[in-house]
Design a protein. Structure first.
Length: 227
């Protein structure tokens, strides 16, 4: 929790980015990504404050020289596991074309804290470079394109992005209940790809222009998950 309930714009430095070796979470997880900081010295994840997702950061600390020396003398002895780095996804054009992204959530079973990680960290987890006894992994296929909300035309329903994501999280929450609190916007990363293509693709755009439609995603982004 931040030291003050309200900060003026002059007291906040937003949208900073670290490539690593600069900050880590209090349980020693190295942080890579957007962050913001305050005049009080506080630093939190994400480019701006999010009361549900922002996590407090502290200065990054390397392993002590004693541990480094011990490792060099006893290279086959594992003194500790790697710490997972926090990751915030940014969908690519390929992701939009396939209408989904794969998201990986890691849960610290000791603190019940969830963090998002990238595919490289997933490989480290699978190779047990990250303590499998301390962390639990869940992989989610997250929809980002298509109809935003479920529609019915001529008696046929087309399931919307929001409803598909809600159903996915409900199913995954059976093994990781904290997901219901972690995901607040089920239209996160949504992109409207609605367009019309002329029947004759060689037809000039002047006689048959491609029509595009832009839909705001400010339509309900948070949906009740109660049964």
């Amino acid at each position: 929790m931040r030291q003050k309930e309200y900060y003026s714009e002059d007291e906040i430095v937003k949208n900073q980015y670290t490539t690593g070796k600069e900050y880590m979470t209090k349980d020693r997880v190295e942080y890579i990504g957007l962050y913001h900081k305050y005049i009080t010295g506080e630093v939190y994840t994400l480019g701006d404050w999010n009361s549900k997702k922002s996590i407090s950061l502290i200065p990054y600390e390397e392993e002590s020289e004693d541990i480094k020396i011990y490792k060099s003398n006893k290279p086959k002895i594992k003194t500790r596991y790697s710490t997972p780095a926090i990751f915030y996804p940014s969908p690519t054009v390929d992701d939009i074309n396939k209408k989904s992204i794969t998201r990986h959530i890691l849960k610290n079973v000791s603190t019940n804290q969830l963090i998002e990680i990238n595919s490289s960290t997933v490989k480290d987890y699978q190779k047990k470079k990250i303590d499998n006894n301390l962390y639990q992994l869940e992989t989610i296929e997250w929809k980002i394109a298509g109809v935003l909300n479920t529609v019915t035309v001529n008696g046929i329903s087309k399931i919307g992005v929001v409803e598909q994501n809600i159903e996915t999280i409900r199913n995954k929450s059976k093994t990781m209940p904290e997901l219901l609190q972690y995901f607040k916007s089920y239209s996160e990363f949504y992109t409207d790809t609605t367009y019309e293509v002329p029947e004759n693709i060689n037809q000039s755009f002047s006689s048959a222009p491609i029509q595009t439609t832009t839909t705001s995603t400010s339509a309900p982004t948070s949906v009740s998950t109660s049964y």
